[in-house]
Structure formats: structure tokens, C-alpha cells
Design a protein around this ligand. Structure first.
Ligand code: SF4
Ligand code: SF4
Length: 261
């Protein structure tokens, strides 16, 4: 594929710019869900065309010290992944929500008109992913094993017919009913993004206009819409805002002193 020769940096520049643009649109109240759809489609297309910005894969290649697989000089890869973390700390998980091809293809899958399974075991999911994170690091450091290859994220976007692609297609089928299984149970870079988003400076918060009807909580697929939720697993999908019957009750603003929403 000719387009596969385009540097991976192009995808990361797109991501870094768009995180700022989306944050501005949310903050200024100009964000519309159809903009989200446009970004979801563009990001998935970039995944197929240049396999970027696929941060979990780049993170794995960094841990494996595989500069060739990284698709960029080592220092560029480190800086790119670090800047995404800093922007996530500032603005929340817009990268996961709208820009990472692995996340966005699952987001599109969740729009399939099938029954949803909203499991509320947020802490259990975090524990599973933390355990996977430790295994991932040990395998990569000690045995140079590319664990994410088993999940097929690269093969799927390269349209390769492999066992990994079949696994990832299975994840996509699951994502139609269970929100973002790869992001919430597997992604090692997502662990770092969760940690930074948990203390993010800007986030969705309830204002004084909130009438406590809890419709946002019912609509949230990750159980992050309660007042005291930390937002580590908030993908800024906007479902809570759509479900809210009171204009202005949910606002994207600077975290208040207690860190509550
Ligand atoms: S959690 Fe990982 S796979 Fe999911 S969107 Fe974020 S970086 Fe991508
Ligand atoms: S529904 Fe709201 S709180 Fe839940 S993940 Fe989406 S934007 Fe975040």
C-alpha cells in the first residue's frame, strides 16, 4: 500500500491537533455529535491507511525497543506518547474517544442496534487491565513477546488474514453489546491514559442546574457519570449529555476543588 509509506508521525500530529480542537469545541459549547461521527470515521480510515495514531501499538514497540516497528525515531515516539498523556491530563480522554483507530472502531461497533450489556464492575475491569499490564510488561521486557499481536490490532488494520485478525473481529463483535472491551480490559497504554484522566484538569461536571434525575448515570456505558466518579474511564462519548433533560446541567469545565462532578 503506497499510503503505508506515509510516516506514522502524520497520524500523531492529527491526534495532537484534534485533541486541542475537540477540547475547545466542548469547552465553548460548540461540540456536536455529528462532529464526533466525522472524527470516528476519519480516525478509523487513518488506521487502515497508515496504522496511526495507534498509541497502544507504538507503546508496545517502545517497550520492546523495536525502533523499526515504531515507525519513527525512538525519541519522537517517546515524545509523541508522552504528549498524548499530558494532553489527556489537561483535557480528558479525547484521544481514546475520537482519535485512536482501535478505540474508534469499537465506538462505531457499539452503535450497532443490538441489546447492550452495561456491566457496572468498573473496579474489577481496572484490576483485570492492571493485571494484563503487568503481564504485558514482563512478557515484553523479559521475553520480547509482542502480546498485542495476539489480539490482532495490527493485522486487522493491515487487512491480513491471520488468527489475530479473527480475534480482533471477535472483539469488535463483542463491542456491539459491551462497550470497548479492548480499551477497558486489555489496552496497556489505556492504563496510563486512565491514570492521567483520573486527575484531568478539564472534565464533564454537573452544574447547579442538575435536577438529580440520574438519567446520565443510566446512559453512561462505563459507570463514570456519578458525581463522585473520577472520570478515569470517561471516553467523552457524550451519551450522558444526550440523555440529560436539563440544558446546562452537564458542562465540560475545570475540575472543582474536591475533584467531584
Ligand atoms: S484505551 Fe487504548 S485502544 Fe482504547 S482508545 Fe485508548 S489508546 Fe486506543
Ligand atoms: S456517558 Fe458521559 S460520563 Fe460516561 S463515558 Fe460517556 S461522556 Fe463519560
Amino acid at each position: 500500500m503506497v499510503v503505508s509509506q506515509i510516516p506514522k508521525a502524520v497520524g500523531f500530529i492529527y491526534a495532537l491537533v484534534m485533541i486541542g480542537v475537540i477540547a475547545y469545541l466542548w469547552y465553548s459549547g460548540k461540540w456536536r455529535q455529528k462532529m464526533g461521527w466525522l472524527l470516528l470515521v476519519i480516525s478509523v480510515l487513518l488506521g487502515f491507511l497508515i496504522f496511526s495514531p495507534v498509541a497502544p501499538w507504538q507503546f508496545q514497540q517502545l517497550v520492546l525497543r523495536d525502533v523499526q516497528g515504531l515507525g519513527a525515531p525512538l525519541i519522537v515516539g517517546i515524545i509523541g506518547l508522552f504528549v498524548v498523556l499530558v494532553l489527556t491530563f489537561m483535557f480528558g480522554r479525547f484521544f481514546c474517544g475520537y482519535l485512536c483507530p482501535v478505540g474508534t472502531v469499537q465506538e462505531i461497533g457499539y452503535h450497532a442496534p443490538v441489546r447492550k450489556v452495561n456491566m457496572r464492575q468498573k473496579n474489577a475491569f481496572l484490576l483485570i487491565r492492571a493485571a494484563f499490564f503487568v503481564v504485558f510488561l514482563l512478557q515484553a521486557f523479559l521475553l520480547s513477546v509482542s502480546l498485542l499481536s495476539w489480539f490482532g490490532i495490527r493485522d486487522f488494520f493491515y487487512l491480513a488474514l491471520t488468527a489475530g485478525t479473527v480475534v480482533f473481529i471477535g472483539i469488535l463483535v463483542l463491542s456491539m453489546t459491551f462497550y470497548r472491551p479492548f480499551c477497558r480490559l486489555v489496552c496497556p497504554y489505556g492504563v496510563l491514559l486512565s491514570l492521567t484522566a483520573w486527575k484531568s484538569l478539564l472534565r464533564l461536571q454537573r452544574s447547579d442546574a442538575c435536577i438529580e434525575c440520574k438519567k446520565c448515570e443510566k446512559a453512561c456505558p462505563t459507570d463514570e457519570a456519578k458525581r463522585d466518579d473520577g472520570k478515569a474511564e470517561c471516553y467523552l462519548c457524550g451519551r450522558c449529555v444526550d440523555a440529560c433533560p436539563t440544558p446546562g446541567a452537564l458542562v465540560y469545565r475545570r475540575r472543582n476543588a474536591e475533584g467531584k462532578t
